[in-house]
Design a binder for this molecule. Structure first.
Ligand code: 13P
Ligand code: 13P
Ligand code: MG
Ligand code: MG
Length: 380
């Protein structure tokens, strides 16, 4: 190891989480072990060639997750190409095994410098490592990016969730939220607590306004230009123009020392809130926090699930993971989610279990309506 001299630039660390559904096993339930093995080989090669420092390959439902530690910054073309090539190679394996929907999220034929807008979901954070650097990677299946609005808001802005907002002076400056309008491709920065009513006015409409990043507020001991949380905000149906599966989202969240504590970051998931994207991307249901072993979507292709992988980051190395929802502390949330799943299911094809019409436009429902078009006559 080289000793750093005074005046040396300390490279910032980047953590990139890039995911795609390149084939489900069986149906949309889980990821086949061969895909994980292949991805591990590809990323191992990238460590050996010096492109990345460390990696973990994980799975949430049918989504293959590539978590990488490196020093290349966000939106780096080499890193994105590594992920794209890994998914491409995995798609070949998926085709050979005839996995379900092989290559589902590979919406482009050729890589052009950045995987944004090509199908995979991306959450990336570039930051100066602190003395101790806890980070949680959250991965959801059978839902959409707006599913993170409620938990991220509660972590960084709700004093009933995050005790530190009250009792730790270093958190009193609050946090700044970068919120995207994913229909209009616009964004706005808003500060909590000052603008919390306006923030909630937007992010309560979770199919349109999604929290993209969170930054430390004024007076924070952390650099204000380095994000402390990032969420993937890709919307597959907008990219593909038709329903091709969902944009099952991921998020990276840093914790402690001027940020919410690890337990404050996890606490919002003790409430299994309702999210959209269950069964055929067309239903609302509760999000169930589960262990890695239970990250398989079975009942009615769900219920929607979230896993949490905890790490300490050390010079871009990923020390971990700890399977954070593999804990009896979340049993009650799972039980409630099970009961809410049953309650929602009893509605069958009726809203609000089924999504409202405007969200169904991107599914196969319009084909059914088209068939009935000629049967309609004026009703005065
Ligand atoms: P299929 O028509 O391919 O069975 O797709 C249904 C589905 O699983 C949508 O997510
Ligand atoms: P995925 O988006 O996870 O492939 O799920 C498709 C679906 O809607 C299954 O019912
Ligand atoms: Mg799938
Ligand atoms: Mg999925």
């Amino acid at each position: 190891m080289r000793i750093l001299l005074q005046g040396d630039m300390v490279a910032k660390t980047t953590i990139s989480l890039i995911k795609a559904d390149i084939g489900g096993y069986p149906g949309h339930a889980s990821v086949h072990p061969e895909l994980i093995k292949l991805a591990e080989e590809k990323l191992r090669d990238a460590v050996n060639s010096g492109l990345i420092v460390d990696f973990r390959v994980m799975a949430a439902g049918d989504d293959l997750q590539l978590l990488m530690g490196h020093t290349k910054g966000i939106d780096n073309s080499e890193i994105h190409e590594l992920a794209w090539k890994t998914f491409e190679a995995g798609t070949e394996v998926a085709k050979r095994l005839k996995l379900y929907g092989a290559g589902q999220d590979m919406l482009s034929d050729a890589f052009s410098g950045n995987v944004r807008g090509m199908g995979p979901g991306i959450a990336e954070l570039e930051f100066t490592e602190r003395k101790g650097e806890p980070l949680v990677a959250f991965m959801m299946d059978k839902t959409e990016p707006g599913a993170f609005n409620l938990p991220i808001y509660r972590m960084f802005a709700d004093p009933f969730n995050t005790a530190g907002l009250i009792i730790d002076p270093s958190l009193h400056g609050g946090f700044k939220f970068e919120i995207w309008d994913i229909m209009e491709h616009k964004r706005v920065f808003m500060s909590a607590p000052d603008e919390m009513y306006d923030i909630l006015a937007l992010i309560g409409a979770k199919s349109r306004y999604v929290i993209k990043r969170v930054y430390p507020g004024e007076g924070s001991p952390l650099p204000q230009d380095e994000p402390v949380a990032a969420v993937s905000t890709e919307k597959l149906y907008q990219i593909a123009g038709k329903y091709v599966g969902k944009d099952d989202p991921v998020a990276l969240v840093r914790a402690q020392s001027g940020l919410p504590a690890l337990g404050e970051v996890l606490e919002p998931f003790a409430f299994p809130h309702l999210v959209s994207g269950w069964m055929r991307g067309s239903h609302n249901g509760p999000i169930m926090p589960v262990s890695f072993a239970n990250a398989r979507c079975t009942r009615f292709d769900g219920p929607p699930r979230v896993i949490a992988a905890g790490f300490q980051i050390s010079n871009a190395s990923l020390v971990g993971p700890v399977d954070l929802f593999d804990d009896p502390g979340f049993d009650e949330a799972r039980e409630i989610a099970g009961r809410v799943a049953t309650y929602m299911r009893r509605h069958g094809p009726f809203e609000p279990h089924r999504l409202p019409m405007e969200d169904m436009e991107y599914t196969t429902l319009p084909d059914v309506l088209k068939k009935l078009e000629n049967r309609f006559e004026p009703a005065d």
